[in-house]
Design a protein around this ligand. Structure first.
Ligand code: HEC
Length: 212
């Protein structure tokens, strides 16, 4: 009787054990399965969230925005080389006005390099050749030789700034070594707009004022 009971207990116990074991195995499978599903859905979720080829064109589609370097960046090198120019020898160029003229803000002397000379002095209104350079030296006063600043215009090859006749504009310190600003300066070109018919240069006005 006792033996039977023990047997029965053992039987049930082993049965329970077996079931528990199956359960654990099942649970593990279930957990692993769930993990697998979670990982899978996570991945496919990322996959779905990832931009489709219509959002961001890949390298094989022609609609990909291509980087086009500003051609103007290379054009300045035609006159300057690769670095910003200095203007230290302009005083050896041709001065178009015999004595300082009263500019729109201060007294000035205007110097032109060989390429700019004929077009400026004739005040013909013709277009200046590439690399023609005009330096306006701002003076401390009507009878002063002290230069306080330089403004510069250099004619770039066609295509640099077509709307403003391809001039490179610059503001330099008195030594001509330090550029305070340079390039396609709208502040300069917009004010030179009234001279658009003479290549943005006030040669006519300046030559008139320079008459003895
Ligand atoms: C307020 C209008 C105005 C602004 C702004 C201006 N200019 Fe001028 N610029 C003139 C006038 C007018 C002349 C003719 C000479 C004069 O009156 O000084 C001139 C003359 C010059 C000259 C001599 C060649 C010429 O056109 O006769 C140079 C070079 C020059 N400017 C460069 C510049 C640069 C560079 C800037 C910008 C930093 C600039 N200018 C801004 C009005 C302006």
């Amino acid at each position: 009787m006792v033996g039977d009971t023990v047997k029965r207990i053992l039987f049930y116990a082993s049965g329970a054990c077996y079931l528990t074991f199956r359960k654990v195995v099942k649970m593990r499978r279930f957990i692993l399965g769930m993990l697998f599903v979670i990982i899978l859905s996570g991945c496919s979720g990322i996959g779905l969230a990832a931009p489709t080829s219509t959002d961001i064109p890949d390298s094989t589609t022609s609609s990909r925005p291509t980087f086009t370097p500003d051609p103007a960046q290379n054009l300045t090198s035609a006159c300057f080389g690769s670095s910003l120019p200095t203007f230290t020898d302009y005083a050896t160029w041709t001065k178009v006005n015999p004595r300082p003229i009263q500019g729109h803000s201060v007294y000035v002397n205007i110097y032109v390099n060989d390429l700019a000379r004929d077009t400026y002095i004739s005040a013909s209104g013709k277009k200046f050749p590439t690399c023609a350079t005009i330096v306006k030296a701002h003076l401390a006063g009507a009878n002063s030789t002290e230069v306080t600043a330089l403004t510069v215009m250099v004619k770039m090859p066609a295509g640099y700034d077509p709307e403003n006749n391809d001039w490179w504009w610059a503001m330099y310190d008195s030594t001509g070594k330090l550029a305070e600003s340079s390039g396609k300066l709208l502040a300069c070109s917009s004010c030179h707009q009234p001279a658009a018919n003479s290549d943005f240069v006030f040669s006519e006005k300046v030559m008139e004022e320079s008459k003895p």
